[in-house]
Design a protein around this ligand. Structure first.
Ligand SMILES: [Zn+2]
Length: 233
């Protein structure tokens, strides 16, 4: 089945798989899952057929190439990898050769910035580093245009959105849960975490937002999408 651009579908975010080989940021450990859990989720995705979610990875951990790439290949799955230009070649992160391998295998390379910082309130120097310079490096390595961005920590506001649109990006991937459409600039994603309950995992795989979360999610979306952008500090 070919999806039409208006059709909604869920999008997943993975971060690290296996044992991290770099110092984690505060609160990051929950985004690392075991290889077995990862493989189990991939098998479930394959079994979902036409309703399968899209797969994305953030942060450019070495496990993207060491574990995810071969497991995706085994199952004929394609994914998007949102990378941090300044981490490429650092211990525990993807090497330049890894980025080339991901692109050569047909996966999409997207922008997660340079150094993993909040994009809200970036000044001109910050935008140059996080959007333009980082994008140039990823374009050079992948050999393909980089047209999609994912905001670090899922944080964005109207200013971030406008700046990315000015830079000519086609989409901003968020962590807002729910389902995404190809015709929309903002594409919500569903985060995979360690120790998720069966219900939480099913919700992520299907992009279902439990009713209890609706009010808080709606307020968050209003804050991020409608309120004025933060000033640069
Ligand atoms: Zn990130």
């Amino acid at each position: 089945m070919v999806r039409t651009p208006e059709q909604k579908r869920p999008v997943l975010i993975f971060h690290g798989i296996g044992t991290p080989r770099r110092a984690l940021e505060p609160g990051e450990a929950v985004f690392w899952i075991s290889r077995a859990a990862f493989c189990d989720i991939l098998d479930r995705i394959v079994a979902m057929g036409d309703h399968a979610p899209e797969i994305t990875f953030d942060d450019g951990n070495a496990s993207d190439a060491e574990i995810a790439l071969p497991e995706l290949e085994k199952r004929g799955l394609r994914a998007m990898f949102f990378l941090l230009s300044a981490r490429i070649g650092q211990p525990g992160s993807l090497s330049e050769a890894d980025v080339r391998s991901l692109a050569a295998a047909g996966h999409v390379i997207g922008l997660h910035g340079a150094v993993h910082r909040d994009w809200r309130g970036l000044d001109a120097t910050g935008r140059q580093a996080e959007f333009r310079d980082a994008r140039h490096r990823l374009t050079d390595l992948s050999g393909a245009p980089v047209t999609r961005a994912a905001a670090p920590f899922g944080l964005y506001d109207r200013g971030v959105r406008a700046a990315l649109q000015d830079e000519g990006f086609a989409a901003l991937y968020t962590s807002d849960r729910g389902q995404a459409r190809d015709t929309r600039f903002l594409r919500p994603r569903n985060c995979i975490e360690a120790g998720m309950s069966e219900a939480a995992l099913t919700n992520a795989l299907t992009g279902h937002v439990p009713l209890a979360r609706h009010p808080r999610r709606a307020l968050g979306l209003i804050r991020k999408r409608l309120l004025p952008a933060r000033r640069a500090t």
